[in-house]
Design a protein around this ligand. Structure first.
Ligand SMILES: Nc1ncnc2c1ncn2[C@@H]1O[C@H](COP(=O)(O)OP(=O)(O)OP(=O)(O)O)[C@@H](O)[C@H]1O
Length: 411
């Protein structure tokens, strides 16, 4: 086995991230007092959200996350305060017009059951009076982007899709008219943990391409750490407890509330910050469907390998095959159980979950287009975890030894 890193293999495939197409958001003293309530649900919230970033809103139930989010597209009208998008006050716009320029993705995808997948995705472009050809092309492009084969899925109805697939269509619909800002409210709350992990990875991959400004409400602090460029932690009345990068929030929680909210074991939570991308991958012998078995055997023998990863014609992994199990003249589909596969953006927590469910001790890693980029071993993951935990412990000891100072002085 020879070594390579996800980053170095990636540069050959993907190149630099795309330009930012998102817009900067600014909230100034935004307040919402619901009729008949004594206290405002959102009390003078001021916040800057830079263009092209993902900001995660977290906080206890009822603290005002959803109200804050829905004021950005005026699903809820603020009682007072100003919200601007790239400096433009949202009050200057007609509500319908505004909602068409802001993507909105909610739990379960909330697709119209009587419309096909294509009609659901093309809804907003249709309202914006795009011509039919452009809508059809855009719909196919987006289905491809969210990992659904357009030919297979465009004419299906939502009931003919799994929960994860419906959620993917919901994300495609939110991006359809190429909005600079996308709001998401618990987008992955309704799916099982493995699908959730995959959807999160996909969102990160998509974001690398589209670079929108994404504001996302979640109940799950691990999801916030994984997806957020920044995390906004709110207390009741949408008061800001801390607004910072996940790294800083974990290393230097601003107060006891944040410390409690982030939870104990924040050294362990650092595992949600580390990605498969940070690990050294091993390269293994691969074979493409239809290739000559004799040639593959020779390649494996030369490399001293007994296990081979079989790829399809777009370099996507299909599974492992043992050299001595190769039959016939041409490489066919691998038989048996599906192999463990990890996206390069998966966190080390995700990697552990996936690997513990599999006995082979290694997982195939895929890149931005689901192509094979290498293999990560269980040992590489546990080694990296050990190093991170040790480093976190050393930091904690160093900070408890240090003289009293500003909270910001903490590493
Ligand atoms: N339409 C409404 N009328 C009156 N009060 C409301 C209304 N909608 C929300 N509230 C109240 O405003 C506060 C904030 O609600 P909001 O839904 O924004 O919180 P949240 O942080 O998103 O909560 P959760 O995490 O439980 O979804 C809560 O106390 C809620 O009861």
């Amino acid at each position: 086995m020879s070594e390579t890193t996800a980053e170095s293999s990636e540069s050959a495939h993907a190149g630099a991230p795309n330009e930012v197409s998102g817009a900067a958001l600014h909230l100034a003293e935004v307040t919402k007092l619901y009729p008949g309530q004594a206290k405002p649900a959102v009390d003078a919230l001021s916040l800057d959200i830079p263009a092209g970033e993902i900001v995660m809103f977290v906080g206890p139930s009822g603290c005002g996350k959803t109200t804050s989010l829905k004021m950005i597209n005026r699903l809820i009208e603020p009682t007072s305060g100003t919200i601007t998008i790239d400096g433009d006050d949202i009050k200057n716009h007609n509500v319908d017009e505004l909602r068409r320029t802001i993507g909105y993705v909610i739990q379960g995808g909330s697709l119209f059951p009587h419309l096909t997948v294509a009609a659901n995705v093309g809804l907003v472009p249709g309202l914006l009076k795009w011509d039919k050809k452009r809508i059809a092309a855009r719909t196919d492009e987006l289905l491809d982007l969210v990992g659904l084969d357009p030919a297979r899925y465009r004419n299906r109805f939502p009931r003919e899709l799994s929960g994860g697939q419906q959620q993917r269509v919901g994300v495609a619909r939110g991006l359809a008219a190429d909005p600079p800002v996308v709001l998401m409210d618990e987008p992955f709350g309704a799916v099982d943990p493995i699908t959730r992990q995959r959807l999160q990875d996909e969102l990160l991959r998509i974001q690398r391409e589209v670079r929108k400004t994404i504001v996302c409400v979640t109940h799950d602090i691990d999801e916030a750490i994984k997806l957020g460029d920044r995390i906004l932690i709110l207390t009741e009345g949408a008061h800001i407890a801390q607004y910072d990068t996940p790294e800083t929030i974990l290393a230097a929680p601003a107060n006891e509330f944040v410390e409690d909210f982030v939870g104990s074991g924040s050294a362990l939570k650092q595992l949600s910050l580390a990605r498969v991308d940070d690990l050294t991958l091993v390269s293994v012998v691969t074979a493409t469907l239809g290739e000559s078995v004799a040639q593959v055997r020779e390649r494996a023998a030369k490399a001293g390998e007994t296990w081979i990863v079989v790829l399809d014609d777009r370099s996507r992994p299909l599974g492992w095959v043992r050299d001595r199990a190769l039959r016939g003249e041409r490489i066919g589909e691998p038989q048996g159980r599906a192999a463990a596969v990890l996206d390069r953006r998966a966190t080390l927590n995700d990697a552990l979950d996936t690997m513990l469910a599999d006995t082979s001790g290694g997982a195939i890693v895929t890149g931005d287009r689901d192509e094979f980029i290498g293999v990560v071993t269980f040992d590489a993951v546990t080694d990296h975890m050990r190093k991170m935990t040790n480093a976190a412990q050393e930091r904690a000891e160093a900070s408890s030894d240090a003289p009293e100072g500003e909270p910001g002085d903490r590493p």
